[in-house]
Write a protein that binds this ligand. Sequence first.
Ligand SMILES: N[C@@H](CCC(=O)N[C@@H](CS)C(=O)NCC(=O)O)C(=O)O
Length: 215
Amino acid sequence: MSKQMILLHAVPSPFCRKIDIVVEHHGLSDKVYVQIAKTHDVNDRLEKENPLGKIPTLIMPNGDSLYDSEVIFNYLDDLGDEAKLMPQGNDKYLQLTHAKLATGITDAALLVVYEGRLRPADKYCQEIVDMQMAKVTKGLNWFVDNPPQLQKLNIVNISLAILLEYLDIRINEDAKHGTELGENKGQWRSSHPELEAWLAGFYGLYPKFADTRPY
Ligand SMILES: N[C@@H](CCC(=O)N[C@@H](CS)C(=O)NCC(=O)O)C(=O)O
């Protein structure tokens, strides 16, 4: 079968990992050609396909582009024949909001990473980091009180699991220098042990999660 869609992607993006999971779940890899994109490169195809210059971006068979990760996830989930990963019930908008919360925390963590990576050291702004880290902490606190159910794989539990493992590699004791690939475990494990237990439960539900680990 020829590939019908092009996914602009890069490792280890937590947002792209979400798409890897929906592709794997529905067995769509034959239809999706993965093209590595370079963010912050004005000459990259990504800039033409998505004015925001963000990955993931999916180019559909008709040439139109979809972004962001939740829109792409929804589209691919609609195409797939396996059990749906998008919420279906009466509370679907609430479930989507919870998925969005996990993604929003990931956005906040990414801004902390960019502050360390892209801002010249003498202009590093601790206030911005503190503001974003407060969102990370408040969001994680919320999930401690409202842990996503683990009966069935869905976009909410997937988004939270991805966030937690992203925090493992990027936010550690010294947020100013978000770790690059490495063994360092994020401080969320000690500050939010309930979520560490929840993540173990998620692995029980979806053992293949380990195979989607981009780091
Ligand atoms: N909310 C977006 C976030 C995507 C995002 O921020 N991706 C990062 C890579 S992990 C990116 O492309 N950054 C480039 C930029 O912000 O210019 C989504 O869910 O797709």
